[in-house]
Design a protein around this ligand. Structure first.
Ligand SMILES: Nc1ncnc2c1ncn2[C@@H]1O[C@H](COP(=O)(O)OP(=O)(O)O)[C@@H](O)[C@H]1O
Ligand SMILES: N[C@@H](CC(=O)OP(=O)(O)O)C(=O)O
Length: 515
C-alpha cells in the first residue's frame, strides 16, 4: 500500500468553479464531516510496535478521506514514572530517569526516526534530568515544578508519533505543545481547568494548521499554560479533556464546526458494562449519552477523565471510544439523548435496565442527624454551609427531614490533607446543630440505569446483595436521573460489582439487549 501524503489527501474534491456557492458549501460541509480529533492514550502508544500501529491507523483514516488532529498522552506509564522520579529526587535526593530514557531511546532506535526527532527527544531527556537535579538539590517539589516535570512525557511522545507519521507515511505531521495552539488554563496546578476564553485562539490555530496548511498536528494531551505562561496539567487522565477541548473550541456559532467527532482510542472495546479488570465478563456498551458517560467517569470508571464529556456536550460533538488493539470493533458512541435514541432504533436495540456499573473507592460517609431540627426549615442549608465554608467537596447525598447522609469525594482533597474532612472549627459548628457520625473506608457503587425502571432495579440489587451478605449503608438516586448510587464497605466494593453485574448481565436476555 502506498500512503498518500497529507497534501494529496486534501485534493480528493474536484476544483470548484467561481461563484458555484452551493457546491462550495456542500464541499465545506463534507470536509467538516471528515475532520476528527483522534486521541491516543498511553496504553495505545506504549512501545515501538504500538506507535507503528497507531501511525498506521492514522494513515489509514487519512486514506479513507478523514482529516485528523491527533492528541497523544505520554507513552505507557511514563507519567507515573515521572511522578515517582520527582518523589525520589525530593525524598532521597536521587536522580533516576533510566527507565524513561531506555523506553524513549529504544523506540527512536527501533523506528529509525530521523536525527532531528532523536535530537529533540534527547534534549528533553537532558532538560528533565536537570530539573530533577534541581529538585534533589533544593529538596523542594512545588505543584508548579511537578507540572513542569510531568509534562515531559507528552512532549516526548508527540515528537515520536509525529516522527513516525512522517517517516513511515510521508504525512506532514507536526508535533505541537498544546500551549502553542493557545490552550490556557486557570485554577492553579495539578488539576487546572481549561480557560474558556482560549477557545477562539485554539480554533484559529487548528484551522490554519489542518485546513490551510494541510498538516496533521500531533498535540500534547494533559498539559497547558496558565496566564503567566507556566506549564500546568489537567489532572491525571487529562488528555481526554484536551481532545474534547479541541472539539469544543472548534464548535463555532458562525462557521461549520471544525470537528465532526472525537475518537478516544483506548485498550478496551469502548465503554464496558463494568471495569474489565474487575469484572471479567463485562460487555460493551454501544451507546451512552454525554450525561451517562460523565456520571460513570465521575463515579470511578477510569476509562475517561471525569470532566472530559462536558466540552463535547456543550459543543455537541459526539465522542467515540475505540480500541486501538481492535480497531474494527465499533466501540461506544457518546452523544446527545436524541442521537442515541435514533441510533438505538436504527439497530432495533432497547435500552437495558442497567447500562453500566462502577465503584468509587476510599470514600468517607458522614451521617448527620438532629431531632432538635425536626420540621425546622433551614436544616439542610445550615449543614451545607459548613461544608462550603471549609471547601470540602460532597459527592452523594441522601436526606430525611431530620438526618442527612453524605459522602466526601476522596479525590477532592488530593495533595491537601486538611481538606479530607471538616476543620475542627467546621466540625464543632456541625456538632452544635446535629449529631455527627463519620465512617471511613466506604465505596460508592453507581449504576447508569434506565431510571424509569428504578424500582425493579433497586429491588433486584438489594435482593442479590442481601443474599450474598453485602450490606448497603446508603442509597441515593441522582437528580440527573441517569444514575443510582449505593454506599457499601470499601472491602465489599469489588464483590458488590461482580454480584450486581452477574444479576443483570449473565442472563442471556439482558446481555443481548445491552449489545
Ligand atoms: N466501564 C469501563 N469500561 C471500560 N474500561 C474501563 C471501565 N472502567 C474502568 N476501565 C478501565 O479503563 C482503562 C482504559 O483507560 P486508560 O487506562 O486511561 O486508557 P489510556 O491510558 O489508553 O487513555 C481500561 O483498561 C479499563 O481497565
Ligand atoms: N499522561 C497523563 C495524561 C493522560 O491522559 O494519560 P492516559 O490517556 O494514558 O490516561 C496521565 O497518565 O495521567
Amino acid at each position: 500500500l502506498v500512503a498518500p501524503s497529507a497534501a494529496n489527501h486534501k485534493t480528493r474534491l474536484p476544483p470548484l468553479q467561481m461563484g458555484d456557492w452551493a457546491e462550495a458549501n456542500a464541499a465545506k460541509a463534507l470536509d467538516a464531516q471528515k475532520r476528527i480529533v483522534m486521541k491516543f492514550g498511553g496504553s495505545s502508544i506504549r512501545d515501538a510496535e504500538r506507535v507503528t500501529h497507531v501511525a498506521d491507523l492514522i494513515a489509514s483514516k487519512i486514506r479513507e478521506g478523514f482529516t485528523p488532529a491527533v492528541v497523544v498522552s505520554a507513552m505507557g506509564t511514563t507519567t507515573n514514572e515521572l511522578e515517582r522520579a520527582g518523589a525520589l529526587a525530593l525524598v532521597d535526593g536521587i536522580v533516576r530517569v533510566d527507565e524513561m530514557r531506555k523506553l524513549h531511546l529504544e523506540v527512536l532506535d527501533e523506528l529509525e526516526l530521523p536525527a532531528n526527532v532523536g535530537y529533540e527527544v534527547r534534549q528533553l531527556l537532558r532538560e528533565l534530568e536537570s530539573l530533577l537535579d534541581g529538585v534533589s538539590m533544593v529538596r523542594e517539589l512545588t505543584p508548579r515544578t511537578k507540572d513542569l516535570l510531568v509534562s515531559f512525557g507528552e512532549r516526548m511522545s508527540c515528537r515520536i508519533v509525529a516522527g513516525q507519521l512522517k517517516e513511515a507515511h510521508d504525512i506532514t505531521a507536526v508535533p505541537i505543545e498544546a500551549w502553542n495552539i493557545g490552550l490556557r488554563t486557570e485554577g492553579g496546578h495539578g488539576e487546572a481547568r481549561v480557560d474558556e476564553e482560549c477557545y477562539d485562539d485554539i480554533a484559529r490555530a487548528l484551522r490554519s494548521s489542518i485546513v490551510e496548511r494541510n498538516e496533521v498536528p500531533v498535540i500534547t494531551g494533559y498539559v497547558g499554560h496558565d496566564a503567566d505562561g507556566r506549564v500546568t496539567t489537567l489532572g491525571r487522565g487529562g488528555s481526554d479533556l484536551t481532545a474534547t477541548t479541541l472539539a469544543r473550541a472548534g464548535a463555532s456559532e458562525t462557521q461549520e464546526p471544525l470537528f465532526a467527532e472525537v475518537q478516544v482510542w483506548k485498550d478496551v472495546d469502548g465503554l464496558m458494562s463494568a471495569d474489565p479488570k474487575v469484572v471479567s465478563n463485562s460487555v460493551n456498551v454501544p451507546f451512552a449519552t454525554y450525561e451517562e458517560a460523565a456520571e460513570l467517569a465521575y463515579f470511578g470508571a477510569s476509562i475517561l477523565h471525569p470532566t472530559a464529556l462536558r466540552p463535547a456536550q456543550v459543543g455537541q460533538c459526539p465522542v467515540r471510544i475505540k480500541n486501538s488493539y481492535n480497531p474494527d470493533h465499533p466501540g461506544t458512541l457518546i452523544a446527545s439523548p436524541s442521537k442515541i435514541d435514533e441510533e438505538r432504533s436504527l439497530k432495533s436495540l432497547e435500552r437495558p435496565a442497567l447500562t453500566a456499573i462502577t465503584a468509587k473507592r476510599g470514600v468517607t460517609l458522614v451521617d448527620i442527624s438532629s431531632s432538635r431540627m425536626l420540621g425546622q426549615p433551614g436544616f439542610l442549608a445550615a449543614i451545607f454551609e459548613v461544608f462550603e465554608t471549609d471547601g470540602v467537596s460532597v459527592d452523594v447525598v441522601a436526606t430525611s427531614e431530620v438526618s442527612v447522609s453524605l459522602t466526601l469525594d476522596p479525590k477532592a482533597h488530593l495533595g491537601d490533607e486538611a481538606k479530607r474532612f471538616l476543620s475542627p472549627k467546621g466540625l464543632k459548628r456541625l456538632e452544635d446543630i446535629a449529631r455527627v457520625d463519620v465512617r471511613d473506608g466506604r465505596a460508592i457503587v453507581s449504576f447508569i440505569a434506565d431510571v424509569a425502571r428504578s424500582t425493579e432495579l433497586i429491588a433486584r440489587v438489594f435482593t442479590v446483595l442481601a443474599q450474598r451478605g453485602v450490606k448497603v449503608e446508603m442509597l441515593s438516586q441522582g437528580a440527573s436521573k441517569v444514575n443510582i448510587s449505593l454506599v457499601v464497605l470499601d472491602a465489599d466494593a469489588e464483590e458488590a460489582l461482580r454480584i450486581i453485574h452477574d444479576e443483570f448481565f449473565s442472563t442471556s436476555k439482558e446481555a443481548v439487549a445491552s449489545r
